[in-house]
Design a protein around this ligand. Structure first.
Ligand code: HEM
Length: 134
């Protein structure tokens, strides 16, 4: 391996997204897996679906063996220029909590939470009194 690895832009790596020309980004490194497409035990479809993005999570999620990791070295062609990789969007949960889509005021809900059980209790009591008299 050369001491000065080739720096590749994300856009450039992105262009290699076909079965006959497939590059992957895994842990900041770029792999040209074109010769491996037919031999990959997980199939070529998964490799294709891992193009055009940082495939680190996809690769790690499978729990590849050490021998798979050794195999990767054969396909290493350079490093991805991290400044060209689009940032992952972070999920920000909605500010409104708890979930209350119809915007019913919180205090109305709290009152109902107390009132409804009381009403049921009162009703049960009334029915019992009524049936006792008969
Ligand atoms: C240079 C990159 C890669 C190499 C050298 C490689 C190599 C291998 C090898 C040797 C196996 C057999 C099981 C093992 O030894 O772990 C395997 C299985 C598999 N790989 Fe990869 N792989 C690569 C990238 C990927 C990526 C990016 C994905 C996901 C998008 C993927 C998905 C899978 C799946 C689904 C299996 C099958 C697991 C099973 O059915 O047991 N691989 N790979």
């Amino acid at each position: 391996m050369a001491s000065d690895p080739k720096l590749l832009a994300f856009e450039e790596v992105n262009n290699h997204n076909k079965t006959k020309d497939c590059w992957l980004i895994i842990s900041g490194k770029v792999y040209d897996v074109t010769p491996f497409m037919d031999d990959h035990p997980g199939g070529d479809e998964v490799l294709l679906s891992a193009t055009g993005k940082d495939a680190t999570n996809d690769f790690e999620d499978v729990g590849h063996s050490d021998s798979a990791r050794e195999m990767m070295e054969k396909y290493y062609i350079g490093e991805v220029d991290q400044s060209t990789v689009p940032l992952k969007r972070n999920y920000t949960p909605p500010q409104q909590a708890p979930y209350n889509p119809d915007k019913t005021p919180d205090f109305v809900i709290k009152i109902l939470q107390i009132l409804v059980p009381l009403l049921i209790l009162g009703l049960a009591f009334a029915v019992r009194q009524y049936t006792k008299e008969k």
